[in-house]
Design a protein around this ligand. Sequence first.
Ligand SMILES: Nc1ncnc2c1ncn2[C@@H]1O[C@H](COP(=O)(O)OP(=O)(O)OP(=O)(O)O)[C@@H](O)[C@H]1O
Length: 299
Amino acid sequence: MIEAVGLTKRYGRTVAVDDLSFTARPGVVTGFLGPNGAGKSTTMRMVLGLDRPDTGFVLIDGRRFGELRRPLRVVGGLLDAKWVHPHRTARNHLRWLARAADMPKTRVDEVLDLVGLSKAARSPAGDFSLGMAQRLGIAAALIGDPQVLLFDEPVNGLDPQGIAWVRKLMRTMADNGRTVLVSSHLLAEMAQTADELVVIGRGRLIAQCPTAQFISEATESSVRVRTAQVERLQTALVHKGATVRHEPGALVVAGLDAAEIGELAAAHGVVLHELSPRRGSLEDAYLHHTEDAVEHRSR
Ligand SMILES: Nc1ncnc2c1ncn2[C@@H]1O[C@H](COP(=O)(O)OP(=O)(O)OP(=O)(O)O)[C@@H](O)[C@H]1O
């Protein structure tokens, strides 16, 4: 569990994180979203004890970072995949971390295998592609087998197979009872991965809720309907209180669900050629929520 309470961090005149409180729970993948410069990386650095908040604090499984005797056993993070000595091999990099975490040497081969880097274990990390570097960063986060995991943009630079692999890894970690906090700008990916969201803008909390709720509250659900008897169906729908919009070759209906529309059509002897429920996307909901919190925008 991660509990951030009133976190504030300033760099000179910039308020990077501003009185931010949120919770990331075990057993759940929590997506951490926000526009560029919103304060996500700064927040993650504070959770990982790499930066000190000016005010506020973070509890990791009930304790402050400074109170953790063996922090790598409790919390692991991928912040910057290139944070590794370029001449050091993947195995040596992980051995060094395993020693710091007081983990047996065998853990190194376990995590190399887990991230699919066993064959590249003896190559210098500087020769790695971005995708391989991401995998090494994930291996490093897992070295101490911690219950709390943070990943800052873990799918950056990964190919579709790699992205699907990260998604599955996070699911498994959460299903095993771990706390997983993950940031990304790839919203279609986050919609598939994150059970809950923490959304921030200009360092402040915009929303914390289940992903489905975040989408449904900010977007309209509708049903796309096709029929040859447009007028008859439209009259019946409007009479029932639905809102009807025309798209080329179809009606888009809001205010009634697909079952209600199907029943209504049958009662009026209307033959339907299509009846497709449409949900709003995470992207639509996110853009709606963060409209006023974007730091840099083009005209
Ligand atoms: N070490 C630093 N020194 C000065 N300013 C910093 C430092 N780190 C972050 N900032 C500033 O703090 C703000 C938040 O940055 P941060 O990197 O946490 O945002 P982010 O949400 O991770 O952004 P992105 O999505 O672009 O990675 C920005 O205005 C940034 O310029």
